[in-house]
Every structure is written in C-alpha cells, then in structure tokens.
Ligand binder design. Structure first.
Ligand code: ATP
Length: 239
C-alpha cells in the first residue's frame, strides 16, 4: 500500500459536554475502499462528520494529503478533495435532480465526473433530470446524493449509510456502481449497517464501539466471531 491519503490520530469529538469519539486512529491509502461498521450510536456518523468539517476537530488530529485539515470549514474541505454523502441523502427539496447534482459542482475541481458521466453511471437520473429531486424513490434519491458528491471530483468520498431504508435489490444496485466509481483511483470510506455488504465491497474494515475502534483488519480475513465481538462488545458476545 502506498502512503496514507488520510490519517486521524487520537481523534476526539464532542456534542457539548457529551463525548462521542474517544481517540480514533485511522489510516486510508489512495484508492482504498474502507468500511466502518458498528452498532447504532457507535460514532460512525460523527467520525465522517468530523472528517468533513461538520463536527469540530482539532487541526492536527486529521491529515489529508499531508496537510492538517481538522476543523477547517466544510467548503474548504470539499475544495481540497474530500466529499460527504450524508446520512438521509439531504437533497434540496425545491431543486430538480439536475440542479441538485450541479450543487455538487460548485467546488469546481477538475476531474472525470460531470453530468454526462453521472448519467452514464445512473441512466435513470438522466430520464428524471427535470423532476424535483425529492419526488424520486429512495434509491434514486440516494443516486442523486452520491452523484452530487461525485460532481466535486473528490479524491476521497465518504458515504454515510447508503443503504438506509432501501430494499435489498436497490442496495445491490447502488453498490454495483462502486467499481465504476473507484476505477479511477478514488478512495472511499463507507459507513454501513449491512455488515455482509460492507465486507463484500471493502478491502479493510474498522469496527467502532462506543466511540472507539474495537477492531481493524482485512475484510476477507476477519472472522464472523471477531466481528460479532467487536460489534456488540465482549459481554454481549458471551451472553
Ligand atoms: P447511527 O448508526 O445510529 O447513525 P452512529 O454510529 O453513526 O450511529 P453517531 O450518530 O455518530 O453514531 O453518534 C455517536 C454518539 O453521539 C451517540 O451517543 C449519539 O447519541 C451522539 N450524538 C450524535 N449526534 C448528536 C447530536 N447532534 N447531539 C448530541 N449528541 C449526538
């Protein structure tokens, strides 16, 4: 593996007085796809939000392409090549599919992704491009959210629970697009509740438990027992 594209060292995060992350050490190489799994409330979304500048982080705790980016404004982080597909998609309700996609292009980074390329990846979005984004099905809205982030031509794409609330067939359709997305060397961090899917698509997995990394390893090598224990905690695994 080449040098790290992204690292976090002892990353902590707080909501007021409540601590959500307790020192996350994380590393990802250029072009690598890493999954973050863990139970509800384990801190997965908070981790992605910290990377994207939506939750405060100390400057030195996050390094991207050799520079400290912790706590930079979200727009500045997108301009540097790190984009987030947020949990729950968060499309702009008054905008059409195409207008939603174009919102992602405001960072104007050079790169392979543009409307034409996206419509090739998700042809249904070309058909529906003039419709309000929020009138689409859940799966199609997820395609728009993913496409909007791709329009900024990130080097690292963060995806928060793409499969949330979607039928299995739709989840498979979305994940089937992943090889087409990573083919050009884009790295990805995916937060995913569906552990089987997370392991299938990723090279490495981090499991979070109560704001800490409870397990890290190659997706193909971790056993079900290791994951169950890291996911639910030792007490639950032995219960
Ligand atoms: P989920 O799968 O439910 O989204 P998660 O692993 O993404 O879970 P987070 O959403 O990051 O977990 O939550 C981590 C902790 O931070 C939890 O204890 C949660 O209650 C708390 N938390 C998350 N968002 C907020 C917020 N806006 N204000 C206060 N506490 C929050």
């Amino acid at each position: 593996m080449s040098a790290s594209l992204l690292t976090t060292h002892g990353l902590q995060a707080f909501y007021g007085d409540a601590q959500a992350l307790f020192g996350i050490d994380f590393a990802l190489a250029a072009g690598e796809l890493v999954a973050v799994i863990g139970a509800n409330g384990a801190g997965k979304s908070t981790f992605l939000k910290s990377l994207a500048g939506l939750v405060r982080a100390p400057r030195e705790a996050i390094r991207f392409k050799g520079e400290s980016i912790g706590g930079l404004p979200p727009g500045e982080i997108v301009r540097r090549g790190l984009a987030l597909v947020p949990e729950g998609r968060r499309l702009f309700p008054s905008l059409s599919v195409e207008e939603n996609l174009l919102m992602g292009a405001t960072a104007r980074r050079p790169g392979p992704w543009n409307l034409q390329r996206l419509y090739g990846l998700f042809p249904i979005l070309a058909e529906k491009r003039r419709q309000p984004g929020t009138s689409l099905s859940g799966g199609q809205q997820q395609m728009v959210a993913l496409g909007r982030a791709l329009m900024s031509n990130p080097e690292l794409l963060l995806c928060d629970e793409l499969s949330l609330g979607l039928a299995p067939v739709v989840i498979r359709e979305i994940y089937a697009a992943m090889p087409g997305i990573t083919a050009e060397g884009m790295a990805m961090v995916i937060v995913e509740q569906d552990v089987t899917m997370a392991r299938q698509v990723s090279r490495r997995v981090y499991c979070f438990q109560e704001g800490r990394v409870s397990l890290e390893g190659l997706s193909a090598e971790l056993t079900r027992e290791q994951i169950a224990q890291a996911y639910f905690g030792i007490e639950a695994a032995h219960a």
